[in-house]
Design a binder for this molecule. Structure first.
Ligand code: 8YV
Length: 318
């Protein structure tokens, strides 16, 4: 029997080998990154393509989708949908599915690791020992605790709520800023991000990247956190104004910064490399074997359901 056809927007490096193999076994995959001429490929198969497989970074632009007259669904690996034109999909009645939920726990754990890492100066402490400073200079200075400290969460979605529960267990005082207040949670809501930043010692960014959140953590917000405050970003680099951030750190207007994500990955501003109050992680939020497998399986289930003409398991509300 002929296998159903899937258009793959490029290499999805985070899709585990076993799930990549299943994708290629179960479907005839037209991969844009392995063909010689992607325009010619699209031209040749455009009438047959009903579904695109992608991730948030590769995305699917309106311009690209408009070449595919029979496109019905986009199945994405990952929670973020930065480069998928959701507006266009909605207007054209194209369904979109991502892989939310299954990655919440590990991404929230990484946010906790960065929060504890920056407050207890774990990376700098490790360097201190390796440099031999312990033997020559004695013990390092005191660090900061997180109990009773006010932590502001920018974006109280699925990951944000899981993170809040973890922060509760650590005795933090939790506040959040979202477009809308969530009346089901006991945390203090700030309608205004700047007001929240003024009141918080730690600001954790875990909202989607879109036109609304682009450079939302700007100079004013960073200054409101101030020299005693720390910024943690586990969402997308584009939500923080990176230039303003570097300047604030250089001028000691921000206490510390820990980040899993950067505006122009894998490029990280050089100025950050020498700073001891900074932790830099190469986009590892969901990168455990268990979570990546669960994400891959969920993506494959969405594809199976699409071809079985069943409702997608994790459709995005458009
Ligand atoms: C992915 C992510 O590893 O889910 C997301 O939005 O950022 C990560 O979990 C990756 O970006 C998808 O390939």
């Amino acid at each position: 029997m002929k296998k159903p056809e899937v258009l793959l927007m490029g290499r999805i490096p985070d899709l585990p080998k076993s799930e990549t193999a299943r994708l290629f076994e179960s479907y005839t995959v037209h991969a844009l990154h392995t063909c010689e001429d992607s325009n010619a490929l699209v031209e040749r198969i455009k009438d047959r393509v009903t579904v695109i497989a992608t991730n948030g970074i590769l995305g699917a632009s309106a311009e690209f989708m408009s070449n595919l007259p029979n496109l019905q669904a986009i199945v994405s690996f990952g929670a973020g949908m930065d480069n998928i034109d959701l507006n266009y999909a909605r207007k054209q009645g194209i369904q979109v599915a991502n892989t939310p939920g299954v990655l919440n726990d590990d991404v929230a754990n990484m946010a906790m690791a960065l929060l504890l890492g920056i407050s207890r100066e774990i990376v700098e402490a490790d360097r201190y020992v390796r440099r031999g400073d312990w033997a020559t200079k004695g013990k390092m200075g005191l660090q900061k605790g997180i109990r009773n400290k006010k932590v502001g969460i920018l974006g109280l979605g699925g990951i944000g709520r899981d993170l809040a529960k973890k922060l509760e267990a650590f005795g933090c005082e939790i506040a959040y800023h979202n477009r809308r207040e969530n009346l089901e949670v006991p945390y203090r809501y700030y309608h205004n991000l700047l007001d929240m930043a003024k009141d918080c010692e730690y600001l954790i960014v875990i909202c989607p990247a879109n036109a609304e959140t682009y450079k939302m953590v700007n100079r004013e917000v960073i200054d409101a956190l101030g020299p005693e405050g720390a910024l943690i970003n586990i969402a997308r680099g584009t939500i923080v104004d990176e230039e303003a951030l570097v300047l604030a750190l250089q001028e000691d207007r921000l206490g510390a910064f820990a980040s899993d994500v950067f505006a122009n990955e894998p490029h990280v501003p050089d100025a950050l490399f020498e700073m001891s109050n900074v932790i830099l992680i190469p986009h590892l939020g969901s990168a455990t074997a268990e979570t990546r497998k669960a994400m891959g399986e969920l993506m494959l289930r969405n594809l199976e359901r699409f071809f079985a003409k069943e409702p997608l398991e994790t459709p995005v509300a458009l």
